[in-house]
Every structure is written in structure tokens, then in C-alpha cells.
Design a protein around this ligand. Structure first.
Ligand code: ARG
Length: 400
């Protein structure tokens, strides 16, 4: 085999080794593509490292805005959270990376795509379904699944080939991070009984070290999309970055989740998602104000489906597009402002308002100005209880 392969390159140990390994085992020239999904790092250094390791070409793409617009915000509008805990940060970045890799592969006339995921996680599934869906003609190579090296052997392989072993390789953790959150697994975290040690966290302060003074933030939404922070218009990327910092300082967004992977394994994941935690809560708070009871109830089902399909690698399915169309329509009046209080690891809804609020003070109040016609209640109760009364008379009440 000869030709070119486009590799999803993080700059870490596995994808660095992959450059050499692919050349050795497939005789393909590697084009390393690094996608910037919003974490502070040195893109020039990553690019240079790929070239030094033997890539014939290395590309860094700043995809922050695309990530927010096409992946994060639609998921926020859907309230999608996997198994009630995980805001899907890693799961959302995979289809974005896959889409950009396919684009580069077409530009470069490559015959294959490659990723650095192992054979027992979700990410291999997400990458490969996306690759196969968007570019069924391209071959897929998964070095870390194929090479069968232990961590120690991989480090040896790197040393033998003059690949610098990053300090992070010495860390016991396996970390993946982007704008929407940081995921941490491996090391002592593999025992669900062990409390995550302080060094497992990087974005959030421990409760003991958070400020005593609570911090209020106001998030403004237009049609379910956050557009301003504390009254200041701001682009999506900056808004998320700012919230990660501010909420992280107050210890908001730590999640400890024993999660069901698609491949059948239970996995203990420690997440830090300050911005996602705040925005998901604010968004739901605004939906409570602006959606009807039926819309809210249906939204829960949609959220579960949306989260599952995203987690399970089906982002580019027709089903997701159909759900997204419903979600978009449902967000038409989800505009307004939510005030949240960040304090000691908690994010508390402290106020909400909307020009489209369905909350009616006149109907809800027990004070003067009550517009609710209480004299109509007996008739309502009579009809509402009719079927239950009738059944009880025929079959006996359910409370003998
Ligand atoms: N379990 C999460 C998922 O499948 C996050 C995985 C992140 N990877 C990591 N090395 N921590 O989406």
C-alpha cells in the first residue's frame, strides 16, 4: 500500500507513535491534522512535533467557532446530557474532527483516515461511523487498536524512534478536554470507591478553596442560544471560556459518573464542565418559563434520544437531523435572561424573565388582583374526575 493517510493528531504519545507506526506497517505518508477545540495550547509546537516525528505535512485547524455553532449549541438547545450526568464534550468533538479530516483528505487526495483511539472505548465508534458515513470510499486505520502495545511498550517504542515522550505520558490519567468539558479516567479513578484526588482536577477549585462570597451571573438567550453574559453581548466561544473560568473558580461542574459505554463496559469518569453545567441549567430554567407543560415533557424524551445518539456515534444520522429540526422549532420563544448564583460548588437559579414568559402573576397570585375564577373549579373537578369515579363505581375503588 502507498499513498497518503490523514491522521487525527493530538500531539500526545499515541498519535505521535502512530505517525511512525503507520509508515512502518502500511507504508503510507502521514498528514497530521490537529483540531483546535478550544483548549489553551501551543498549536505551532504541536505542528512542529508532528513534522519532527515524520509527518509529511501537519495542519492545525482552529475549529472553535464551528464546534460551538454546529455541535455545542444545538446540543444545549436539546438539553442533551448522557445518563443524567455527562454533557457529552468528547462525544461532540469526534464528529467535528471526523468531518474536518474528511475535508482535508479530499483536498490532499488521501486514500485513508486514521485515529488514535483504542479498541475498547466509544471514540473509535464515533470516528469510524462518521468516517464511513461521510467518506465510505476511504480506508480506516486505527493504530492504537491494532498495535497491541501496553503503555510501557508504547513509551519504549517512542524512545526507540526518537519521539519525545511528553510529561503527560507519565501522568496516571487519561484526559480529553475541549470547550464543553474535561474528561478524566484511568489511574486511581478506576476504583469507584476512591475519591478523586486533588490532582485529578484542573478547571475547578475544591469546595474548601472557593470564595465565600457568591458570584451572580446573568445569561441571556435568544431562541435557546446564549448570546450575552451579564448584559454584555459576547460570541459563543468567549462566553463558554468565561463561564468555565468563573464557575470553575466557585467549584461548579464537578461530575463523578459511572457511565455505560457503548461497548458494554462500565467506566468511572470524572468530568469538569463548569460552563456546560451553568448553561444547561440556565437553559432549562428558561424553558420552564416559556414552554408549555406538553412541550416540556416531550423535550425530556427528545433530550434523552439526542444524548444517546450523540454518545453512541450517530451524529451524522438522519435521525439526528430530524430531532434537531424539532428542537429548533421548539426554541422559537426560548428567549430571555436567567440569573444564577454560583457558590461553593452549587449553581442555583436565582431569577428568570422573558418577553414570552407563560408565567402569569394574575393567575398565580394569592394576593389582590387574582384573576383565577375559583368558582369554575367545582365543574372542572367534576368532569376531570368523571372517568375515575365511573370506573370505581363499576369495578370498585383502588383503595378497599
Ligand atoms: N467517556 C467519555 C466519552 O466516551 C469521555 C472519554 C474521554 N476520554 C478520555 N481519555 N478521558 O465520551
Amino acid at each position: 500500500m502507498s499513498g497518503k493517510v490523514v491522521l487525527a493528531y493530538s500531539g500526545g504519545l499515541d498519535t505521535s507513535i502512530a505517525i511512525k507506526w503507520i509508515k512502518e506497517h502500511y507504508n503510507l505518508d502521514v498528514i497530521a491534522v490537529n483540531i483546535d477545540v478550544g483548549i489553551e495550547y501551543d498549536p505551532a509546537a504541536v505542528r512542529q512535533k508532528a513534522l519532527d516525528t515524520g509527518a509529511i505535512k501537519a495542519v492545525v485547524i482552529n475549529a472553535r467557532e464551528e464546534f460551538v455553532t454546529d455541535f455545542i449549541f444545538p446540543t444545549l438547545q436539546a438539553d442533551a446530557v448522557y445518563e443524567g450526568w455527562y454533557p457529552l464534550a468528547t462525544a461532540l468533538a469526534r464528529p467535528l474532527i471526523a468531518r474536518l479530516l474528511v475535508k482535508i483528505a479530499r483536498q490532499e487526495g488521501a486514500s485513508a483516515l486514521a485515529h488514535g483511539s483504542t479498541g475498547k472505548g466509544n471514540d473509535q465508534v464515533r470516528f469510524e461511523i462518521a468516517f464511513n458515513t461521510l467518506a465510505p470510499d476511504l480506508k480506516v486505520i486505527a493504530p492504537a487498536r491494532e498495535w497491541g502495545m501496553t503503555r510501557a511498550e508504547a513509551i519504549n517504542y517512542a524512545r526507540k524512534h526518537g519521539i519525545p515522550v511528553p510529561v503527560t505520558a507519565a501522568s496516571p490519567y487519561s484526559i480529553d478536554a475541549n470547550l464543553w468539558g474535561r474528561a478524566n479516567e484511568c489511574g486511581v479513578l478506576e476504583d469507584p470507591w476512591v475519591e478523586p484526588p486533588a490532582d485529578a482536577f484542573a478547571w475547578t477549585r475544591p469546595i474548601e478553596e472557593t470564595p465565600d462570597e457568591p458570584r451572580y451571573v446573568e445569561v441571556s438567550f435568544e431562541k435557546g442560544i446564549p448570546v450575552a453574559l451579564d448584559g454584555q453581548k459576547v460570541d459563543g466561544v468567549s462566553l463558554i471560556q468565561k463561564l468555565n473560568q468563573v464557575a470553575g473558580e466557585h467549584g461548579v461542574g464537578r461530575i463523578d459518573h459511572v457511565e455505560n459505554r457503548l461497548v458494554g463496559i462500565k467506566s468511572r469518569e470524572v468530568y469538569e464542565t463548569p460552563a456546560a453545567t451553568v448553561l444547561l441549567q440556565a437553559h432549562r430554567a428558561l424553558e420552564e418559563l416559556t414552554l408549555s407543560k406538553e412541550q416540556l415533557r416531550f423535550q425530556k424524551k427528545v433530550a434523552t434520544e439526542y444524548a444517546d445518539l450523540t454518545y453512541n456515534g450517530l451524529w451524522f444520522s438522519r435521525f439526528r437531523q430530524d430531532l434537531a429540526a424539532y428542537v429548533k422549532s421548539s426554541q422559537q420563544f426560548v428567549s430571555g435572561v436567567v440569573r444564577l448564583k454560583l457558590s461553593k460548588g452549587n449553581c442555583i437559579t436565582a431569577g428568570r424573565k422573558s418577553p414570552f414568559s407563560l408565567y402569569s402573576h394574575g393567575l398565580a397570585t394569592y394576593d389582590k388582583g387574582d384573576e383565577f375564577d375559583q368558582s369554575a373549579a367545582p365543574g372542572f373537578i367534576h368532569i376531570w374526575g368523571l372517568a375515575t369515579r365511573n370506573q370505581a363505581q363499576v369495578q370498585g375503588p383502588d383503595n378497599p
